[in-house]
Design a protein around this ligand. Structure first.
Ligand code: RBF
Length: 158
């Protein structure tokens, strides 16, 4: 489904489990920081809104989205972390860097989740331009950080 047809108001909290004792790792890329900060804020607020405790949310930054995978692994390997939420913004440029980064992160995060058997959420906003990224970080297409947090809570109830 195109992201334009789905935004943060779409997620349903009906089946959310009690997360008051769950511990969350947030891994946030510093590239495009003005945008990733908004994603992180959305994720953080969503976790609190659904019952997570402030002291159970561990935020870490990585230089760029490519490093989200290793950052996720550093957190996921700790038994006390229940879910990891990875947030980054990759904007298409003149070269194919975006393709390489996006595919590497998608595969990497999939592997970390499978290796540690816990939710590792792909909150990577991949866009053609800055405007599309802003639209997805508190703009007209919602905040993908909110949706990433909702996905983590959903998966904890699996
Ligand atoms: N990281 C991002 O999170 N978003 C980007 O849009 C982004 N663009 C990049 C473009 C180029 C040409 C390069 C070399 C790196 C870029 N990075 C970006 C950084 C990348 O994720 C990583 O931090 C560095 O390549 C160091 O491993």
């Amino acid at each position: 489904m195109a992201t334009s047809l789905k935004n943060l108001s779409d997620y349903t909290a009906n089946n959310f489990v009690d997360i008051s004792d769950k511990r969350f790792g947030l891994v946030v890329a510093e590239w495009n920081r003005e945008i990733t900060d908004v994603l992180a804020q959305g994720a953080h607020e969503t976790l609190l809104k659904h019952g997570a405790k402030e002291e159970n949310i561990y935020r870490n930054s990585v230089p760029g989205s490519f490093e989200l995978t290793l950052g996720a692994q550093f957190l996921a390997q700790h038994e006390e972390i229940d879910a990891v939420i990875c947030l980054g913004v990759v904007i298409k440029g003149d070269t194919k860097h975006d393709d390489y980064i996006n595919h590497a992160v998608a595969h990497g995060l999939t592997n970390v989740g499978l290796k540690f058997n816990k939710p590792v959420i792909f909150g990577l906003v991949t866009t053609n331009n800055l405007e599309q990224a802003l639209d997805r970080a508190g703009g007209k297409h919602g905040n993908k950080g909110v949706e990433a947090a909702a996905a983590a809570i959903h998966m904890l109830g699996f």
